[in-house]
Design a protein around this ligand. Sequence first.
Ligand SMILES: [Zn+2]
Length: 251
Amino acid sequence: MLILTDIYILTLGLVLGSFYNVVGLRVAGGRSIISPPSHCPSCGRRLAIRDLVPVFSYLFLRGRCRTCHQKISPIYPIVEASTGLLFLFSFLRAASVADMLCGWLLASLLMIVLVTDLTEMMIPDRILFFFLILFAVFRIFFPLVPWWDALAGAASGFIVLLLIALISRGGMGGGDVKLFAVIGLLVGLKTVLLGFFLSTFIGAAIGVAGMLTGMIKRRQPIPFVPFIVLGMLAAYFFGDRLIAIYYSFLF
Ligand SMILES: [Zn+2]
């Protein structure tokens, strides 16, 4: 029975991941989420059910459109597989239903803004506002962290990052600042600050490595959301363990 539940939740995540691709692409492009039906961006061919199976269609078609053979972006299967695995992981480690839903909500927001940032280099306000309301309602029904912690998380995420955005003069975008504030409302002060620290650390490490190897040019804008996704997930799922390891080095 347990295996069956695992498969069910993995499938739910894969299907939602596929939907998050559509939401991210269409909201960032200023289009409707519902119509027109999914189609190939190069030849306009309408996609059938067999082309829309998460991950498997991409693998089966070897990453190309069935009609015009144009390459399909690997972002789609990556977002589908990541959402599926994050949903399953959240379920397996959760202490309660609220805990599991919290992980699902965080994964959902992160996956959608990953799509918008990678395709259009932006985090749409409409998506942040939607999740702000959703997280606030969730917090009222499931107060996993005290209400003042959630508010402090949102405020600190906003203030600290606004200062950094002002000091670095656009090194970090306004969208990133608002994203951390919205996440802070869901996960609370400690996790959002640790997530911020880890995101900038991973971003800086990859940035320096990229410049040393010549893969990234100086002043070339790189999307920051992938680092936020990695940093926030590490902070959310492994935060306590990471802090314990950090202290064991200090004392
Ligand atoms: Zn095509």
